[in-house]
Ligand binder design. Structure first.
Ligand code: C6P
Length: 420
């Protein structure tokens, strides 16, 4: 598909997202905070509404028709996700509240029971807090040690640095696929291959990759992979953990309660089968069903088309950002055709605070994020308390990038003038 056709694709899908067609402070909205959360198409909103209007009942419990329908739709959503990521079986997909809960599940179930003093966990300096803090908590309890993969000179994942850290002491590698701050696409296949050669398990945080590119967990060969529904056109309150079946089977339950048991006695219980063993309590039923609708929506467009279009947007975004004075963009440069980097840019403008920038851009209808993006340790490496961040999705257009860059330049001029 050519660039012009892809542009038409973005314009075509915008009608599916009612929220995009509004004004903010009297200006038409330009939503460029997609790494924080994506917008939801009508198909997802309809699925949520249909569930609550027609099928609302608890799952796996009742014999009545509504409960049967709710259960079928909920388990159908699991099938859709399993197919979307090419899991070997539906038992390998566990619904969680979000990616953060999925990482905690692995940390508490696998980490707490398999790590001992002196064992090493390798992660990277660019991780989101949700891939730092659970492991820091587990390391404290088990005596395991955390090692951090550094950055290259280009502010990319340092594969050579990773190789130096990987040793006989390593028991787990847990890294992000696409950084929410640097935008780099990490060489996860190579990391997984090298780790498996040493018998080391690997968890991939796919929060910022799964919404934007095709993911095949069998090809990638990760042991676990986590994602959040709200970043991939689905609702908030639902995410999932993928895990290889044999590994999940060997892991003890994370949370106890209803749904996850087989039998309960006064002196103990037996566990239910996968995937229910890890889904204690009533799940986010409507949200999981709507996430299934999001997966249908993305599949219908085609993840390869989304990825290709976003590469074009990345190339255009970086060409336009090169015109902005005093800009410091974090992370590696994309190639001329936008490859090698996700469609996002965290940046600072000398002398202007990121939150002032995002507030003034909001007054022009342009939504970008500012702050530390839950990557405080990474920002400290750059000696920055935070940054502004623009992040795109397949419904964003070239015209929106133009508007963003124009308003950004005007805002910089404004600050330059008042600062004398
Ligand atoms: N990043 C951002 O604006 P939850 O909160 O569980 O849905 O997602 C956590 C998470 C984990 N890993 C990565 C790489 C992420 O980007 C995120 C969420 C948002 O960048 C919110 S801080």
């Amino acid at each position: 598909m050519t660039a012009i056709q892809e542009k038409t694709l973005a314009v075509k899908v915008r009608k599916d997202f009612p929220i995009l067609h509004q004004t903010v402070h009297g200006k038409s909205l330009v939503y460029l905070d997609n790494a924080a959360t994506s917008q939801k198409p009508i198909a997802v909103l309809d699925a949520l509404r249909h569930y609550y209007e027609q099928d609302n009942a608890n799952v796996h419990r009742g014999a009545h028709s509504l409960s049967v329908r709710a259960t079928e739709a909920y388990e159908g959503a699991r099938d859709k996700i399993a197919k979307f990521i090419n899991a070997a079986s539906r038992q390998e997909v566990i619904f969680t509240r979000n990616a953060t809960e999925a990482i905690n599940l692995v940390a508490y179930s696998w980490g707490l029971n398999n790590l001992k003093p002196g064992d090493e966990i390798i992660t990277s300096v660019m991780e989101h807090h949700s891939n730092f803090v659970p492991w820091q908590m587990i390391a404290k309890q088990t005596g395991a040690v955390i090692k951090y993969v550094p950055l290259t000179k280009n502010e990319d994942f340092d594969l050579e640095g990773f190789k130096c850290l990987l040793s006989d002491k390593t028991k787990l590698v847990t890294i992000v696929h696409v950084s929410n701050t640097l935008g780099c696409i990490n060489p996860v296949e190579e990391v997984i291959k090298l780790s498996h050669e040493k018998g080391v398990k690997v968890l991939i945080d796919a929060c910022q990759s799964i919404p934007h590119m095709p993911i095949d967990v069998q090809e990638m060969d990760c042991d676990w992979l986590v994602a959040s529904g709200h970043k991939m056109c689905g609702p908030s309150g639902v995410g999932f953990l993928y895990g290889k079946q044999a590994i999940l089977e060997a892991m003890p339950p994370f949370l106890g309660g209803g749904e996850m048991i087989n039998e309960v006695f006064f002196d103990g219980f037996t566990c239910g089968e996968l995937p229910h063993k890890f889904e204690a309590g009533t799940p986010a039923i409507g949200e999981a069903i709507a996430l299934g609708a999001a997966v249908d929506y993305l599949t219908e467009i085609g993840m390869d088309k989304i990825y290709a279009y976003e590469e074009e947007l990345t190339a255009y975004l970086f060409r336009k950002l090169a015109e902005v004075p005093q800009i410091r963009i974090y992370g590696p440069q994309p190639s001329q055709d936008g490859k090698g980097r996700a469609a996002l840019a965290a940046f600072n403008i000398e002398g202007i605070h990121g939150s002032d920038l995002s507030t003034l851009l909001d007054h022009e209808g342009v939504a970008i994020r500012s702050g530390h993006h839950c990557t405080q340790p990474l920002h400290r490496l750059f000696d920055a308390s935070g940054s502004a961040r623009v992040s795109l999705y397949f419904y964003n257009t070239y015209e929106e990038i133009d508007r963003f860059v124009m308003v950004l330049k005007e805002t910089i001029d404004f600050f330059t003038n008042i600062m004398g």
